[in-house]
Design a protein around this ligand. Structure first.
Ligand code: BTN
Length: 240
């Protein structure tokens, strides 16, 4: 992927910016977003000039729309790989890296990165995919009611070069996109895979164990009665 990289000082949301101004394959990085979007109706908190807030525009002609979850897998695995290299100096942090389904990146029980993927489909074709990434890099105080944010700076106790991190990520993305092990790498990194945990769906709280993520992205949980439950994004929440 040959990305044209555009830096802007401020915009409402880099995902929104790309929807309006994107052309070809490109990355737009903003120092500050006035209306950063999280998943659903959430907003994304990021202090000016402290973190990485960027979006990528790609046209994945080799992925049919029915397999769009592969984009989530590739991006999540690439984020884990790059963050693992930064956290390696503290092995227990690197070991605590995981992907909280579908695409939050966690260190232990804390969220270091969120991803918002917006695909435009036509039949079984992905016309374009906008992949928005909010990575907490140097912020040390979080003001919103986001439940459990953490940054690299907080974990490592030192300032991180955001530009270098962005380039490391884009290189890693390239490698992971052409890797044949991404499917299993994604599942091996899943937060709480195979561990009994508490979840919340529209019927209330229940205990169960994550078994797998299906190829269409649905989460498969076996509850305590042995029943298998399948959930699309937003149909179930983790109780952290
Ligand atoms: C989440 O809720 O976890 C997803 C957060 C995604 C935030 C990023 S920041 C860059 C891009 N632009 C946005 O408005 N949102 C995404």
């Amino acid at each position: 992927m040959d990305f044209r990289i555009i830096h802007i000082e401020e915009t409402d949301s880099t995902n929104r910016w790309l929807k309006e101004n994107g052309e070809g394959t490109m990355v737009v990085v903003a120092d500050y977003q006035t209306a950063g979007k999280g998943c659903g109706t959430n907003s994304w908190e990021s202090e000016r000039g402290k973190n990485l807030t960027f979006s990528m525009l790609i046209h994945p002609t080799d992925i049919p729309a029915s397999q769009q979850f592969r984009i989530t897998e590739v991006v999540s695995v690439a984020l884990c790989e790059v963050l693992e290299r930064y956290l390696l100096t503290v092995p227990e942090l690197a070991e605590g890296l995981s992907i909280k389904w579908p695409n939050d990146i966690y260190v232990g029980d804390k969220k270091i990165c969120g991803v918002l993927i917006e695909n435009r489909l036509q039949g079984n074709v992905i016309v374009d995919s906008i992949i928005g990434i909010g990575l907490n890099v140097n912020q040390t105080t979080f003001l919103s009611d986001a439940p459990n944010p953490v940054s690299l700076r907080q974990l490592l106790g030192r300032e991180i070069d955001r530009e270098a991190l962005l380039h490391d990520f884009l290189e890693t993305l390239e490698t992971v996109s052409s890797s044949e092990t991404t499917y299993s790498a994604y599942r091996n990194k899943l937060f709480r895979l195979g561990k009994q945990a508490v979840f919340l769906d529209k019927a209330g709280r229940f205990e169960g164990t994550i078994q797998d993520v299906e190829t269409d992205g649905r989460l498969l949980i076996r509850d305590l009665s042995g029943q298998e439950r399948r959930y699309a994004f937003k149909e179930v929440q983790f109780v952290i």
